[in-house]
Design a protein around this ligand. Structure first.
Ligand code: 4AD
Ligand code: MG
Length: 450
């Protein structure tokens, strides 16, 4: 069907339009001149192209308008597309006409280096810079890859609510709000519990949306609002869950490689690192990981009661932090899944390993190159009484979780799922310095604007 809505020719279409006259709509990235030539670099959201005004070929008004352009002025340019080997994208535009929508004055982000604190204050404008722009385009591609993957594999999209009466991932990171006469409500930390109910209705489902954590962590990997995709599958055990996670991550990375060549080029990403992301990934149990750390002398700093620090072997039973995860990943150039963590460090809903009740059937996927954890998941506790015991043990309200316990009363089945953090994944694929560059408007402990 032919579309009726307004559509422009875009920069990314130009290589196929050599020899044709087009009109582009966008903004001036920069402008330079030499004698009878004026060079305008036009950015239109799809890419950037150099547009050349040659004075003898156009009216004097066009020359004057071109010369008056400032950084970020909004314009339309009409001209002929010409092949130019040396230009990025292989084309330039010979300008016939320039239409000015607005001349911009004193754009605060100039080509000189700005500190990241300044840039993040100006996030609403920083998004136009070539690196940020490239990261956002990769983010959009990753979202599309995720949706295509699940929609094409028999999953149904079943979005979980954002406002919830209870916690999913521990009570220490909850954002709280008043909910009319019903008391307190919380912004969701994860859509998982509802996804489990959805999976009992539709089999294989995924929920994909924003999640919220009042994380006190000021790291390069934590946001207070981030996007998570969470598949949940009836009749899947932990192994099935890990297989699916590997399939998904391979698909996302290979899709980004295929469709974001130009963006990854702008970001100067080492593509060979991404090309290596092929199944099977590495897998090891938590216990094997602890043994590896201790065999390789990756020691843990531990404060003693007198304030002094000692270095100790990593104690079995503690959760890994970023230093342990990074150390483990130095061995690998593709992701590694760590499974069967100690029960005490993981969430109440995870199923205990029938072969060793000290561990749960959990799995985390760590990405290489220092990217850290991108996936957390597990097989779920499907036994009513065992789940109730965990709920009570964690001091959670049985009443609030009654609906969740119901799922274990009416046709309970083994089931599993996981959550993949969108921004963590984008950070890894793009090689971005900080997770705040991987979401249009980051929310962090010390930042809520713009
Ligand atoms: O490991 P997490 O906490 O797992 C869950 O929430 C499960 N309920 C998911 C499930 O089984 N359905 O979070 C999953 C992923 C992490 O691996 C990480 O990629 C991302 O979400 N994540 C964060 N990303 C950015 N900022 C934060 N503060 C994040 N916390 C978790
Ligand atoms: Mg986790």
């Amino acid at each position: 069907m032919e579309s009726r809505y307004k559509s422009f020719v875009t920069v990314e279409q130009l290589p196929a339009l050599v020899g044709q006259t087009v009109t582009l709509h966008g903004w001036v990235q920069d402008k330079t001149g030499k004698g009878k030539l004026t060079f305008i670099r036009l950015r239109d959201g799809s890419g950037m192209v150099q547009c050349v005004v040659f004075a003898p070929n156009v009216e004097e008004r066009v020359v004057n308008d071109a010369k008056s352009l400032t950084q970020e002025s909004s314009i339309a340019i009409t001209g002929t597309v010409r092949a130019e080997q040396r230009a990025p994208g292989g084309v330039e535009v010979d300008v016939a006409d320039v239409k000015i929508y607005q001349l911009s004055t004193d754009y605060p982000i100039t080509p000189k280096e700005h500190g990241v604190e300044f840039l993040i204050e100006k996030r609403h404008l920083w998004l136009r810079s070539s690196r940020q722009h490239a990261i956002m385009r990769v983010r959009a591609a990753v979202v599309k890859a995720i949706r295509d993957f699940f929609d094409g594999s028999g999953f149904k999209l079943m979005d979980s609510p954002m406002l919830t009466p209870n916690a999913c991932e521990g009570t220490s990171t909850l954002f709280e709000t008043e909910y009319f006469d019903l008391g307190k409500a919380y912004l969701t930390q994860s859509g998982q519990l509802y996804a489990e109910a959805s999976a009992m209705a539709l089999g294989k489902v995924y929920t994909f949306g924003p999640t919220f954590r009042a994380e006190k962590s000021k790291t390069r990997r934590h946001l207070t609002e981030f996007w998570m995709v969470e598949p949940e599958m009836a009749y899947f055990d932990l192994n099935d869950d890990m297989d699916l996670a590997e399939d998904l991550v391979e698909y996302i990375v290979q899709y980004a490689l295929k469709t974001c060549q130009q963006e990854l080029g702008v970001l100067e990403r080492d593509l060979s690192k991404l090309e290596a992301v092929r199944r099977p990934f590495h897998r090891m149990s938590y216990t094997e990981a602890v043994e590896w750390l201790n065999k390789n002398n990756v020691r843990l700093n531990r404060k003693q009661s007198d304030g002094s620090e000692v270095q100790i072997d990593f104690p079995w039973g503690e959760d890994f932090g970023a230093p342990q995860e990074e150390a483990i990943m130095t061995q690998f150039n593709k992701p590694c899944i760590i499974h069967r963590y100690p029960t005490e460090v993981k969430a109440f809903y995870m199923k205990r390993d029938p072969e060793n009740p000290r561990v749960v059937l959990a799995m985390d996927m760590l990405a290489p190159e220092g990217a850290g954890e991108i996936i957390g998941g597990s097989q779920r506790e499907d036994n009513h009484d065992a789940l109730l015991e965990r709920i009570l043990h964690e001091g959670l309200s049985q009443e609030e979780f009654q609906w969740y316990l119901d799922l274990r009363k009416y046709g309970s089945v083994p089931h599993s799922g996981f959550g993949l953090g969108l921004e963590r994944t984008v950070k890894w694929i793009t090689g971005a310095e900080h997770i705040r560059e991987c979401i249009p408007f980051p929310r962090m402990i010390y930042r809520i604007s713009p």
